[in-house]
Design a protein around this ligand. Structure first.
Ligand SMILES: Cc1ncc(CN)c(N)n1
Length: 222
């Protein structure tokens, strides 16, 4: 029987739940997250997304077929056309320009996660790279859906972070997430148990780096 994306999350169940249901996420949903923590996170996330856009460009470079190229393009578009708009918009409201954002020092959590994914993509194949990228694209789509299903989540003007939840729950982002899930399910169906074990390790490592990224936001750490 072939593997599927859910086999990756099952293989690191506790880490995956710790990422999806992290304290940062819960507070963001209830609107009780410290504004300084959100600002720190969002500014670092701007730097993060620049490197993840590069990783999707690497996926395009490693693609052998038009359909793989289109999939890499989907991920790149989700970052450039959907996510970064939100980041730049929030920062504009705080009086921070794009030039100031680009000049910020990178936190260690940002450095560790982005370079891990780029290194995994460089030394591995296209599937390694997509698996390393999956906690990002698939994870944030799942987080938005999880938040919307929680009774403590506050939507609308009463939550200063509503625009964040709305963007990740939007059709634009959810369509990109589902396309990635389909791509991964199709590729994982053909891998051997030994290859799956390698990919599960990559996925677990990237998921743990996501947890560190939330924690960096809560701790305001650099
Ligand atoms: C750290 C992180 N992980 C995932 C995403 C969703 N692309 C993000 N914006 N930032």
């Amino acid at each position: 029987m072939g593997y599927r994306f859910t086999d990756l999350t099952d293989a690191c169940h506790d880490d995956w739940r710790a990422y999806i249901e992290h304290g940062f996420v819960r507070r963001l949903g209830s609107g009780t997250l410290d504004e300084g923590a959100f600002r720190h996170y969002l500014q670092q996330d701007y730097l993060f997304l620049i490197h993840f856009a590069r990783a999707y460009a690497l996926a395009a470079y490693k693609s052998r077929t038009l359909s793989d190229l289109r999939q890499a393009h989907e991920g790149l578009k989700a970052i450039l056309d959907v996510e970064l708009e939100l980041h730049v918009g929030y920062c504009r409201e705080w009086g921070i320009t794009e030039a100031e954002l680009a000049a910020l020092p990178e936190a260690r959590a940002t450095l560790a996660y982005t370079r891990y994914v780029l290194d995994t993509g460089n030394r591995g194949d296209l599937l390694d790279l997509h698996v390393a990228l999956a906690p990002c694209l698939v994870g944030y789509g799942e987080i938005a859906n999880w938040l919307n299903a929680q009774p403590d989540t506050v939507r609308g003007d009463a939550n200063p972070y509503d625009a964040w939840i709305a963007m990740y729950a939007s059709d634009d982002f959810q369509v990109a997430m589902r396309a990635e899930l389909e791509w991964l399910d199709a590729r994982l169906a053909d891998v051997t148990p030994a290859r799956f074990a390698e990919l599960a390790e990559v996925f677990r490592d990237a998921t743990r780096l996501e947890i560190d990224f939330w924690q960096m936001g809560l701790d305001h750490s650099l």
